[in-house]
Each structure stands twice: as structure tokens, then as C-alpha cells.
Ligand binder design. Sequence first.
Ligand code: PBG
Length: 305
Amino acid sequence: MVSETTLRPRQLILPMFVGEGLAAPRPIASMPGVVQHTRDTLRKAAVEAVNAGVGGIMLFGIPEKRDPEGSGAVDEKGILNVALRDLRSELGDSTVLMADTCLDEFTDHGHCGVLDADGVVDNDATLRLYAEMGVAQAEAGAHVLGPSGMMDGQVGVIRRALDEVGHSETAILAYSIKYASAFYGPFREAVDSQLKGDRKTYQQDLGNAREAMRELELDLAEGADMVMVKPALSYLDIIKAAADISPVPVAAYNISGEYAMVEAAAANGWIERERTVLEVLTSIRRAGADVILTYWAAEAAAWLD
Ligand code: PBG
């Protein structure tokens, strides 16, 4: 009667991976139960997730070929744009279709942006590519774009580019507060990441909370329709702080390393899997997240139904 926190299927967003040129789904060893889909299995799994009641899908694409500019990201024949078209034609408006708007899957150096002559990520040159990528994704049918590269100014640049070509209804879920976390490890396997080194020149310092609020305010001023905190579990205080001041919905990304830890412990019989998953998701909602991106979205939605 007095329970304070709801956990509903519509509050869960399923991140999905599609691999170019795959003949069969490719398992991701560090994320048991998660795969790189073929175009066909992606369609089927997306329909199942939507039928289970998830609120949305966040799609990542893994190309066969990469280059320094990540040109597969803006190419309408690039795997992510092709798969967005597949999903939009399959699902229409029955779910919220979201696209990862970032170059890291497409660059041969694995960084989220292009590099300058010294090999450092060039923020402003990257913005131009994000604008093109965002437009390509909107044309391909994404309802929501998820700029995840933490370049300064990315939300504003994408917003203007969308509006200029008439995609004023495409929304932006800004990855506003994204920390340079070790918990992204399994994701790097999931997308065959080419990254050497780290992302500390553009993602946030783990110890900084005040800076997170500044990042949030900048994205709001640039036109973010929703904001995200990422990762989730080690940053519940940040989710709470964001939820306290944000005038737009707050998302939290329950990321790959958080998933892998629970799966590994459960596989060893050290914790009860279903109870633990629901406790994790409830805690993120209790902290103040309106929606949660989680690899358990479809399964948890079915349990909650
Ligand atoms: C980068 C991106 C990352 C994730 C989503 N988008 C990884 C990174 O910043 O290195 C991580 C998601 C996860 O770990 O589940 N575009």
C-alpha cells in the first residue's frame, strides 16, 4: 500500500547490438545472455522485447570495417543506419527507438571522436561528424538520439542540425554525466572496441560530483530532452543529485560491468539472480532515475508483468 518505488516494464530500455555481416548471432563472453545480433535476429529479439513491455530500445552497431573518421557511422548503408531502418519498419511507433550517436564503434582507434595531428581527440572536428551522424540516424527512423561521446557542445550541434533539415521531432537523450569507468570493460568486448588507452580527456573524473551538475546544466541549455547518468550503481548519489534538479526525465545506464558482476556471481550460485537483478533495478529507480537502460530489460519486464 505504501511502497514508495515503482518498477515497471515501460521504465526499462533494452540496449541491443547488431553486427555487420554476421551469419549467426555472436555471443559476448563477458556478458552471458547478450549477443551481437544479425539483422534478422535483431528484428525478432526487438519484437519480443517490445511485446514484453519494455519502454524502448537503444541500438549499437558493429561494422566490419573501420577507419580514422568512423565513416560507417554517417553512411546510410552503415550497419547501424541499416538496422535502424529495419527496426523502424518492423516496429513503427510501437516502441521508442533510440540510436547510439557516437563514433567509437566505427573508428579504427576506438575513440569516440576523430584525432588531431598529436593523436588527441579533437572535440570540435568531432562535433561536425556527430551532427551528420545524428541526421543520418533520424533519417533512418530513430525517435531518439543518444550522443554518448562526451564531446563539449554535442547536444547543441546535433539539435541544430536536426532542426535545419526538418527533424524537429527527433529527441535527444543526452549522456550528460558519463564517468571514465572501469565498468565499461565488457562493453568494449561487445563492440570489438579497438581502444588502447582510456577516455579520460573527455569522460569525467570519478571523484567529481559538482562537475557533473555543470555538465547537466550545459546539456539542458543546449536543448537536451532527457539526460543520463552513467554508470548507475557506483553513482547512485549522482543520479539522486541529477533527479533533484533536472527539469527533464533522468535516465541511468546500468552498464555492462554491472551486468557482468551479477551474472558471474549468480552463475557461481553466490547470489540469487532474479532477486538481485530486481534489487539493482529498484535501487536505481529509488535513487531517482525515471528510466533505466539495462541488459535485463526484456527479461525483467517479463517478470514484472
Ligand atoms: C561509448 C559507449 C560506451 C558504452 C556505451 N556507449 C563505452 C565507453 O564509453 O567506453 C558503455 C555501455 C556499457 O558498458 O554497458 N560510445
